[in-house]
Design a protein around this ligand. Structure first.
Ligand SMILES: [Zn+2]
Length: 424
């Protein structure tokens, strides 16, 4: 391959009318940074005058060149500029001049289209816009504009909803009132369906009313945390959907209560303060997963202990703690085995000795028992959303806090592969 063709290939210059010059290559310092400069000419026979449309004849003649500096894909890590001499023409029919056009750049723009595409593709990665701007030798605002323009606007099909959904929320941008946005996904595939700026009930009602009645009637299960506005929403707009409490949120309701119980007891205990403080993880662990075999020297106890011995020791120090811990473990077992009668028996027993925190959690469970039983009867959880939420956190962090919600939403949908790049 002649080296000029090679350069054409390297820069991904698809326009065959761009002719790389002999002695095409130089290096120049621009604003203190070394740039690779490639000289080229844009030459071809235009079919007609760009201004009046007159078919090219002897009265449309060459009229010098116009030079543009076009930012193009970097080469070997160096910012690269294509110094393109574009042929100009004079048309004697309309007495005006025009410059040849190339598919490499849009009119009036000095960033090549393949650079824009490359930025748009990089937007799928976990890279901040600031770094995208640095890598591609353009300004931060250019990056924002390219990302917003490169992707098809996302349109949700309002005549269709999947059979099983997960509802969740995430901390959004500051401009959003309440700063909590709503997202919902297909519970079977884990795909995002949409993101709604404000998770308040009246906003969500308005949003879901824009879906057809038959779309909403098709929904059978919706997984949520114990957030009562979601329940109101589902009851009023999804007539055939079962409310399913998310498993993780139910566990969390009790693990938090047990943790608060532990802290209160810890603060009342001079003698065992350190032990209650240090072994919080063992206390929250599923008892069936505690080590019952391996003896290890424990510095706090100053003797050989198994994990189960440590927990048993703590249990014996306080009756309230013992009762709360036992209740917590029973709840874990009921959830793990999806055992409805075990749950019923926990709720119907007196639970006299458990802490006030545990009582509050039990009251919540009684209130939403129907929805918890729904959870026992299906396999859906909001676990699928966890990965998405983690990604959103990363996007927020690398963006140093998006101001614009629309922009933030686009970047989330881009990284999730939901938004497609516009066909050129
Ligand atoms: Zn003309």
């Amino acid at each position: 391959m002649p080296h000029i063709d090679f350069i054409q290939d390297l820069l991904d210059l698809k326009d065959q009318n761009i002719i790389i010059s002999e002695n095409c290559y130089s290096e120049e310092k621009i604003k203190g940074i070394i740039h690779k400069i490639i000289n080229a000419k844009l030459i071809y026979n235009p079919i007609a005058c760009y201004k009046c449309g007159h078919i090219k004849d002897d009265h449309i003649v060459k009229h010098g060149f116009k030079t543009s500096h076009i930012k193009t894909l970097s080469t070997a890590g160096f910012h690269t500029i294509l110094r393109l001499d574009k042929q100009r023409y004079r048309c004697r029919h309309c007495n005006s001049t025009f410059t040849l056009k190339t598919s490499l750049v849009n009119d009036g723009c000095f960033i090549s289209n393949n650079t824009k595409l490359s930025i748009a593709l990089d937007a799928k990665k976990k890279v901040s816009e600031k770094d995208l701007a640095l890598n591609h030798n353009v300004s931060h605002s250019t990056v924002s504009r390219i990302i917003d323009n490169a992707y098809e606007a996302y349109k949700v099909n309002k005549n269709y909803l999947p059979t099983n959904l997960c509802f969740d929320e995430f901390k959004s941008v500051k401009s959003t009132s309440g700063a909590m946005s709503f997202l919902f996904v297909n519970a079977d595939s884990g795909e995002i369906i949409d993101i709604v700026e404000d998770r308040k009930l009246e906003h969500l009602k308005r949003y879901f009313l824009s879906f057809s009645k038959s779309a909403r009637r098709a929904v059978r299960n919706i997984v949520i945390d114990m957030y009562s506005p979601y329940m109101t929403l589902i009851k009023s707009l999804f007539p055939n959907a079962k409310i399913v409490i998310d498993k993780f949120h139910l566990v969390q309701l009790f693990s938090r209560a047990l943790n608060k119980t532990r802290i209160r007891i810890m603060n009342q205990s001079d003698k065992h303060y350190n032990k209650f403080k240090k072994f919080w993880k063992l206390i929250l662990k599923d008892r069936n997963k505690l080590d019952t075999v391996r003896l290890q020297y424990n510095r706090t106890f100053r003797k050989q202990m198994r994990e189960i011995d440590i927990v048993d020791f703590l249990m014996e120090q306080n009756t309230e703690f013992k009762a709360s811990y036992t209740l917590y473990q029973d709840i874990l077992t009921a959830i793990k085995l999806k055992n409805i009668s075990l749950l019923e028996s926990i709720l119907s027993s007196e639970n006299l000795l458990v802490s006030s925190y545990m009582i509050t959690s039990l009251k919540t469970v009684k209130k939403y028992k129907k929805y918890i039983i729904n959870m026992f009867q299906c396999q859906y959880t909001n676990g699928v959303i966890e990965g998405i939420n983690n990604k959103i956190k990363v996007i927020k962090r690398i963006a140093f806090g998006y101001r614009s919600y629309v922009h933030f939403r686009n970047r989330i949908l881009i990284t999730q592969g939901i938004l497609k790049i516009k066909a050129a």
